[in-house]
Design a protein around this ligand. Structure first.
Ligand SMILES: *Cc1c(COP(=O)(O)O)cnc(C)c1O
Length: 395
């Protein structure tokens, strides 16, 4: 999910109604990839009441709403500490710093990820080293192993689309070479591997509360989760100019605080989080039942397919032999789709000068496509998307 590729349509804009083309099954609908206005409209009165109350209290920065959100988030994920920060990328940078990553070190991460994963490594002064993906579209641990050098200090599994990597394999690699695990869990808050939450495998886990993320606020936001009391205190300092609870500056930090107003909104969203994940999983179940077996279309594992994992379906990413044609067909019928990160692996942004041997990821990047997946979709929306995908394959 990236700002550059998830564009916010001006609210209220609608395509002019036009007569249904002959191949459209059922009545034409508009199913945007993500419905930004609906994010607010769903519980408008409650949001407005909360926002007004916070503003009237004059509670803008580091107030009780932030503290309450942090406590509730920690309780939800069963960790000792949660720290609200300005965005997911800052969460990643702080997690890297807390894990001892800095100049002179290399960090291995998959080339198929949002640029923020690599940028966070670069920003703390270390070198991002890019590995390939495996058939599960996530970090290929064998390809990561081949890149370990004496300078490698950490690996960054990216928990993509709301599903975790094979964390047993990642852990084994980390143990083999004494590497730190720094998870990019920005797409996977609440996802589990063998009962363990994404974000709890390293010293600190990073989440993003970008609007289109599963726990999305009305702007930028991010969070860190940690169990270690000292590291949590350090994280709180790093996000607030290095200032400690005593008001003194103990280290150089950044202005990386989560807005109190966003924290107040996130409290409301967190209270309904299980419900929204259940809805995402129900939609995934319908996609799985209706779209499996179509020629040339590969679906992600269904919500009940893998006893080792609990997936939260941040995205529903399919792979298609005829991706671009499918995308155009759906667009023509009002269904919005996105090619994640514009279809580019990080090493394909050649201006960055990062190289990688990632043949699997490159092949996959020509095939993957994300269908609409968010809790505001109605059953009719989902059925309509399925109708159109079927029509493409049968027509
Ligand atoms: C969303 C996301 C981030 C962080 O994004 P922010 O916009 O900084 O909150 C990092 N990594 C991945 C994989 C993401 O999807």
């Amino acid at each position: 999910m990236s700002e550059a590729f998830v564009t916010e349509a001006p609210s209220g804009r609608r395509r002019a109604a036009r007569p249904a083309a002959p191949a459209v099954i059922g009545q034409r609908r508009e199913v945007p990839f993500f419905n930004y206005p609906a994010l607010f409209a769903e519980h408008r009165d409650e949001y407005l009441a909360t926002i007004t109350e916070v503003l009237e209290r004059g509670a803008y920065i580091m107030q009780r709403d932030l503290t309450a959100f942090e406590e509730e988030l920690a309780a939800y994920l069963g960790v000792r500490h949660a720290v609200g920060v300005a965005d997911g990328t800052i969460a990643l940078k702080i997690a890297l710093k807390l894990s001892g990553v800095g100049p002179g070190y290399e960090v291995i991460l998959p080339s198929h990820t949002f640029i923020a994963t690599a940028a966070a490594v670069h920003d703390v002064g270390a070198e991002p080293v890019l590995c390939d993906c495996g058939p599960d579209s996530m970090m290929d641990v064998d390809s990561a192993r081949a890149l370990v050098t004496k300078n490698t200090c950490a690996i960054m599994p990216v928990q993509l689309n709301g599903r975790t990597c094979d964390m047993a394999a990642v852990q084994a690699l980390a143990d083999e070479f004494g590497l730190k695990i720094v998870e990019d869990s920005c797409q996977a808050m609440g996802a589990k591997f063998r009962g363990r939450f994404a974000g709890t495998f390293g010293a600190a886990g990073a989440f993003s509360f970008y609007p289109a993320k599963t726990l999305g606020c009305f702007g930028d936001g991010g969070g860190l989760i940690l169990d270690d009391d000292d590291l949590a205190a350090k994280a709180r300092e790093l996000r607030d100019h290095g200032r400690g609870a005593d008001g003194l500056v103990h280290r150089f930090g950044v202005n990386g605080r989560l807005d109190n107003l966003q924290a107040a909104v996130l409290r409301l969203k967190l209270a309904r989080y299980d419900e929204s994940i259940a809805r995402r999983r129900a939609i995934a179940r319908v996609y799985d039942e209706r779209l499996s077996g179509l020629d040339g279309l590969q679906l992600p594992p269904g919500p009940d397919a893998d006893p080792d994992r609990f997936d939260i379906f941040q995205n529903y990413e399919v792979q298609s032999d005829r991706r671009d044609a499918l995308r155009a067909f759906l667009a023509d019928r009002g269904v919005g789709t996105i090619v994640q990160w514009g279809g580019s692996m990080i090493h394909q942004f050649t201006d960055l000068g990062l190289r990688a041997r990632a043949p699997y990821a490159e092949a996959m990047s020509r095939r993957y496509l994300m269908l609409p997946m968010h809790p505001m979709l109605s059953d009719d929306d989902v059925a309509y998307v399925c109708d159109q995908v079927e029509a493409f394959h049968h027509g």
